[in-house]
Write a protein that binds this ligand. Structure first.
Ligand code: FUB
Length: 331
């Protein structure tokens, strides 16, 4: 499959169906002189575009709706507009984005618009209680349309600095950098999840850890199980009443999923969605469109393998009779 967008580098695609059209909210990768390191400093993005298409099969031309938010529009941000997401509720559209604040700490912000393609006006401060990266917001199909934000990422994403708790008082700067828990018996850190307030601009109640269990033991995945532990790129979708929590394993480059019966988990590891693509990172979203399920992801084919210059792709995914996702190979 060819990249969907070729006039810009784009990554971390969060796809949603609004008004019977697929909208894509990706990171906008750009060239930089910053040397590659395991802290992700070379991912130095400074704005967001929104894209959309009316058809995936056949693929109709993808419209670039232009720049919808820039670093200089957001008072609390210093740099690194990383993987965004969007949500709709009560006729309003919300763009969620992680970025470093002026102290260098990743937080998650929200910007509000009245159309899926923006423009979006950012709140002047990050979401209270937010930290780390890669927000993914899921609106459930219950009567209240309860909404949840999943977030977190290891190494450059700073999640490992919150091992003692989910607040600023627990933040431990000695864990900054490409570090994570390890050693006999150490359990993997989970992504975080918080219920959103009715206005979609804050967290309601406590931030919780997303627990992933190994099917063979019923116990938590271990920290050194790098083929299965959560690293970054959380996503949630629901199919036939089952909650599918999916994520990247980072340094082993898999997209994996785990299933559960509640949006809070626990989730039981289910398998791989996508084998490693060209490039270090892998990051995705899964969306149902016109009765079929689609995986949006990225690779570095267009840039010839430059890790921080990525391009969004899409492919259909399939489920077996038990609801297991069939593993795909990159194309
Ligand atoms: O795009 C910057 C970071 O790279 C994202 O936040 C991660 O998920 C990884 O794709």
């Amino acid at each position: 499959m060819a990249p969907l967008i070729t006039h810009l580098y784009t990554a971390d695609p969060s796809a949603h169906v609004f008004n019977n059209r697929v909208y894509i909210y990706p990171s906008h990768d750009r060239e930089t002189d910053i040397q590659f390191n395991d802290n992700g400093d070379q991912y130095d993005m400074a704005d967001y575009h929104v894209f959309s298409t009316p058809s995936l099969d056949p693929l109709a031309p993808v419209t670039d709706h232009g720049v919808v938010l820039r670093t200089e529009d957001i008072p609390w941000v210093s740099k690194q507009l990383w993987a965004p997401d969007a949500a709709a509720k009560n006729g309003k559209y919300y763009l969620y984005f992680p970025a470093r604040d002026h102290a260098g700490i990743f937080r998650i912000g929200v910007a509000v618009g009245s159309a899926p393609e923006g423009p979006f006006v950012p709140d002047p401060k990050p979401i209270k209680g937010s930290f780390s990266i890669d927000p993914a917001t899921f609106v459930d199909d219950d009567a209240e349309e309860s909404a949840y934000m999943y977030f977190g990422g290891l190494w450059g994403g700073q999640l490992q600095c919150y091992q003692k708790g989910n607040d600023d008082a627990s933040y431990d700067a000695s864990w900054l950098g490409p570090k994570e828990p390890s050693g006999p018996g150490a359990v993997a850190m989970g992504a975080r999840v918080a219920k959103m307030t009715g206005d979609m601009r804050g967290f309601e109640g406590a931030v919780r850890e997303v627990v992933i269990l190994a099917p063979e033991t019923g116990e938590r995945i271990l920290a050194d199980d790098h083929d299965r532990r959560f690293f970054e790129a959380a996503w949630m979708h629901k199919r036939d009443g089952v909650y599918y929590f999916s994520y990247s394993t980072g340094d082993t480059h898999y997209l994996c999923y785990a299933t559960g019966t509640s949006p809070y988990g626990p989730f039981t590891y289910g398998g791989r969605i996508l084998e490693p693509v060209l490039g270090w990172t892998t990051h995705h979203s899964i969306v149902e469109f016109q009765g079929r399920w689609w995986l949006f992801h990225h690779d570095c084919e267009l840039s010839g393998g430059v890790n921080h210059l990525r391009s969004v792709k899409v492919k259909e995914i399939f489920y077996d009779a038990e609801g297991r996702i069939v593993t795909e190979n990159p194309e």
